[in-house]
Design a protein around this ligand. Structure first.
Ligand code: GRF
Length: 190
């Protein structure tokens, strides 16, 4: 039976693209991209890949009627791939343990409000960390605090800059995110 996945992304969408491509020909169907930024590059990517996109604003996201937009695609699981807004409680309740996020650091370090995108890598370098990594976790009511599903690490050297750290992190994300999503969904027990 097909499993329908909504990908929420509001930036470049390189992870979204990887997921869509890797799931091609499997039972996992990333059938829609949800995006809160009308000019985000992820919308170009989804168009090219033939995946429909839904652009929405804060008001729409804060209302429970938003669930109708997901029901229209019979969504089973939600993947956040570079999506920054806090997920409202009604959505977490409607998709219990079915919302997966990726964070570009080794949570609980470098998590929480304000810790997103380049801010994370800047803080990692400024603090002289010797390693960083990715955390794939479930989403609950608090930013970056849901149960961890997976972590992977990479070294940070004295020569690294926030930009080089970002590219190491992206490599880790591409390597692991699609596979971890697939494994989590196949292990999921109702
Ligand atoms: C990723 O590093 C992800 O961990 C973070 O935002 C970035 C999104 O990159 N939450 P992209 O839009 O998938 O290229």
């Amino acid at each position: 039976m097909d499993i329908n996945i909504a990908i929420f992304a509001s930036g470049s969408g390189s992870n979204a693209e990887r997921i869509i491509k890797e799931f091609e020909g499997t039972l996992l169907k990333p059938c829609v991209v949800f995006c809160n930024k009308p000019n985000a590059f992820v919308l170009e990517r989804s168009k090219k890949l033939g995946v429909p996109a839904v652009v929405f604003n804060r008001e729409e996201f804060s209302s429970e009627n938003f669930l109708d937009k997901l029901s229209a695609f019979k969504i089973d699981f939600i993947v956040l791939a570079g999506f920054l807004w806090k997920v409202p409680e009604y959505l977490i309740k409607a998709y219990p343990n079915k919302i997966i996020n990726i964070h570009p650091a080794l949570l609980p370090k470098y998590g929480g409000k304000g810790m997103y995108g380049s801010h994370v890598h800047e803080a990692v370098v400024a603090n002289g960390e010797q390693e960083t990594g990715i955390t794939i976790h479930l989403v609950n009511e608090n930013y970056d605090e849901g149960r961890h599903i997976f972590q992977a690490k990479c070294p940070v050297t004295p020569n690294d800059t926030p930009e080089t750290v970002a590219s190491k992190i992206h490599e880790l994300e591409y390597e692991h995110f699609p596979a971890v999503i697939a494994q989590y969904i196949s292990d999921y027990k109702v």
